[in-house]
Design a protein around this ligand. Structure first.
Ligand SMILES: [Zn+2]
Length: 238
């Protein structure tokens, strides 16, 4: 008890009015905190002319950013717009389009090896680093697993569905959209997701081997969903 009292006194001493939270040393001995400003609590002291309160520590944004970047597969870790090497005029035009409007929504279509996934991750990386809007990146396999789990597990909330259904700015990056099989899940689940993105004017960038027309011809996706994709995304054929 005495030890606790000593610690509390020590902390109060360190929290003298006028002293910045950033200057408060961490009192733990065994585990050094990654952030010395907030001791990994995520909150730090904010002082204004007429108020004293708590604000989110800047390390929270940094941690979110790092977690989002880790989601880039090893193969595309270095994929940026600068490192993209167009091999033909179509690919050159694709790069120009995306550099001109790096916040645009795109349906990137082309054969294997055309660089569409490189461009998807380049845009994702740029947006994550800018830190202005919430972003998720999913392969079709990851998205199917997530949406299926949300359908059958009452205790699970899909991060993608949750973000898509809120008005706060959001963007989904979806790699290999046409790997989706009609049997993967109900059309309504997918339509709800795409429609939520559409209704809230969220961003969407996808890659696919098939063109939008081929998605319908090969019965990969319901025409209503393809129409939404067409409305939302600028088509870039590589
Ligand atoms: Zn911090």
């Amino acid at each position: 008890m005495q030890a606790v009292a000593t610690t509390l006194t020590a902390v109060r001493e360190r929290l003298r009015p006028g002293k910045r939270a950033g200057a408060i040393p961490y009192i733990g001995r065994d585990n050094e905190p990654a952030c010395r400003i907030c001791s990994d609590t995520g909150w730090c002291r904010a002082e204004g002319e007429e108020f004293i309160g708590l604000k989110r520590c800047k390390c929270v944004k940094e941690r979110i950013r790092a977690a989002r970047l880790v989601e880039i597969p090893e193969r595309f870790r270095e994929s940026t717009f600068e490192s993209y090497r167009p091999g033909n005029p179509k690919q050159e035009w694709a790069l120009c389009q995306m550099l001109e409007d790096p916040d645009g929504s795109y349906y990137l279509t082309g054969s294997y090896g055309s660089g569409k996934t490189h461009l998807l991750y380049a845009q994702y990386r740029q947006m994550v680093l800018a830190g202005k809007i919430r972003c998720h990146v999913r392969t079709t396999r990851g998205l199917v697993e997530e949406l299926r789990r949300a359908e059958f597990d009452d205790g699970f909330v899909s991060p993608v569905l949750a973000a898509a259904s809120k008005p706060d700015p959001y963007r989904l990056f979806w790699d290999d959209l046409d790997k989706l099989k009609p049997a993967d899940f109900k059309t309504e689940v997918l339509f709800d997701l795409v429609n939520s993105l559409y209704d809230h004017i969220h961003g969407l960038t996808v890659t696919a081997n098939y063109s939008l027309r081929e998605l319908i011809e090969h019965e990969r996706m319901h025409p209503a969903i393809v129409r939404r994709l067409d409305d939302m995304c600028g088509v870039i054929a590589l």
